[in-house]
Design a protein around this ligand. Structure first.
Ligand code: UD1
Ligand code: CA
Length: 462
């Protein structure tokens, strides 16, 4: 099978500098959704018709092994398919898809292929019954129910506008027939366009079989023309993804308040609280709990780990039985072992922290290698950046770092060392030793705290 995806439309109603088909749904360009559905059908070739100025579209999908055709002027859907014809295998049928219709199930397209083959058709149409068919081409059938033609809304009579069976636009056609039909299309219609839909009447004229089938759900064939339609389809898609997660046994506190922009893979007994966003590929092992308002992008979380509210995690790997957050920030390159605790307002970047280590409050751990059972006190900062280069901090097993400590990298704190609170560490700390750098405390006896003059006599306004 050949597949042609029409994507030459400018999408003026998006009011955007970005080509319409590059706008994202669930974090993926609209056109990419269509390409993925197309690839699921294992076609011999996918040919994309892009418009003038659509180089950005091509650049965004360059690695996918697609055939790109430019339609310089948008003279209609029939003209668009005509541009692709020279690139198609004439011995195989051609499926027409639309770059701005992102949610068609591959199974629906497969069914269209099955009726096409089973009924030995020259043409198979995907149609739909709509209570409000306004704006769509209508399927005109004879008394026996045979499709006669498609009439566009703008060309339709009042009686034809009463028809509720619409053309979704998606169709499968015999390619040899397309080669005969498309060059003969006329643009003598209200819109002055070459309508692909006119091939239906040509098939009838040629006495060929036309079959049709319908999608399971109306949203499968809804297109995106405006930000409002994009947002509406996004909600439908998210609702579907949430339903699938619930079916697998994932506990969502509210299926309307989760967003998955990528792949979310969950083990058994995973619970996700409200307003979480998952991007890229996220893996949550058995028993993971995600608190409310968390963002996880490209993250792997080990079994039994709890991510508390308002945590932001990106490109991180977390072991089992860890406790992260609330208000934790894990930046790219973070690798945490089992039972690690990362508390509020702790930022970790490009660092590994081995099992049972803790940084529970207010710390920055960047470019560090941290051993097991390390305690990183509140206010500990790795000074990893000298304004030009990044340097590493190495903290070996069983180290205890007191509060408000600066570790000026490159520096190593050897096994079992203790750093006193307030230390600014500029040289390596020896194993099993207390290292402290701070001015000695003094007690000044007889010192009096200053008092404001006339404090009692004159009330001040501040
Ligand atoms: C088309 C169908 C209509 C159907 C509707 C479903 C025709 C003549 N009409 O109407 O029966 O109900 O879709 O949404 O086919 N495109 C190009 N090049 C062009 C024109 C269009 O690539 O020259 C692409 C657009 O980018 C879009 C798709 O084809 O993705 C549909 O074009 P559009 O103008 O929206 O067609 P409709 O008038 O909505
Ligand atoms: Ca349209």
């Amino acid at each position: 099978m050949n597949i042609v995806i029409l994507a030459a439309g400018q999408g003026k109603r998006m009011h955007s500098a970005l080509p319409k088909v590059l706008h994202t749904l669930a974090g993926k360009p609209l056109l990419r959704h269509v390409i993925d559905a197309a690839q699921a059908l294992q076609p011999t070739r996918i040919c994309i018709v892009r418009g003038h100025g659509g180089e950005a579209v091509r650049a965004a999908m360059s690695e996918l092994g697609l055939t790109w055709v430019v339609q310089e002027q948008q003279l209609g859907t029939g003209h668009a398919v005509l541009q692709a014809l020279p690139y198609l295998d004439p011995t195989r049928a051609t499926l027409i898809l639309y770059g701005d219709v992102p949610l068609t199930r591959a199974a629906t397209l497969q069914r269209l292929r099955e009726v096409f083959v089973a009924e030995n058709s020259a043409l198979a149409l995907l149609t739909a019954q709509l209570a409000q068919p306004q704006g769509y081409g209508r399927i005109v059938r004879d008394h026996a129910g045979h499709v006669q033609r498609i009439v566009e809304e703008k060309d339709a009579t009042d009686a034809e506008r009463q028809i509720t069976e619409i053309n979704t636009g998606i169709l499968l056609a015999d390619t040899a027939a397309l080669l005969r039909w498309l060059p003969t299309l006329s643009n003598q219609n209200v819109q002055g366009e070459y309508y692909l839909t006119d091939i239906v009447a040509l098939a009838v004229r040629d006495g060929l079989q036309i079959s049709s089938t319908q999608p399971q759900d109306a949203w499968e064939t809804e297109g995106v023309n405006s930000p409002a339609q994009l947002a509406a389809l996004e909600r439908i898609h998210q609702r579907n993804l949430a339903a699938a997660l619930l079916d697998q046994g994932v506990r969502l506190c509210d299926p309307a308040r989760i967003d998955v922009r990528g792949e979310l893979i969950c083990g058994q007994d995973v619970a996700i609280d409200a307003n979480c966003l998952f991007e890229g590929r996220v893996e949550l092992a058995d028993g993971v709990e995600i608190g409310p308002n968390c963002v996880l992008k490209d993250v792997k979380v080990g079994a039994g780990t709890r991510i508390a509210a308002f945590s932001h995690l990106e490109s991180a790997t977390i072991g089992q039985q860890a406790v992260i957050g609330p208000y934790a920030r894990l930046r790219p390159g973070t690798v945490l072992g089992d039972e690690v605790h990362i508390g509020n307002f702790v930022e970790v970047k490009n660092s590994s922290i081995a099992s049972q280590s803790k940084a529970n409050h207010l710390a920055y751990v960047g470019d560090a290698t941290v051993g097991q059972r390390v305690n990183i006190g509140a206010g500990t900062i790795t000074c990893n950046y000298d304004g030009a280069n990044k340097h590493r901090t190495v903290i070996e097993d069983d180290v205890f770092i007191g509060s408000d400590t600066q570790l000026v990298a490159p520096v190593t704190i050897h096994k079992g060392a203790t750093l006193g609170a307030g230390t600014t560490l500029t040289k390596d700390a020896a194993a099993d030793t207390l290292t402290v750098s701070r001015a000695r405390q003094v007690a000044v006896t007889g010192w009096k705290r200053p008092v404001k003059p006339n404090k009692a006599s004159k009330p001040e306004s501040s």
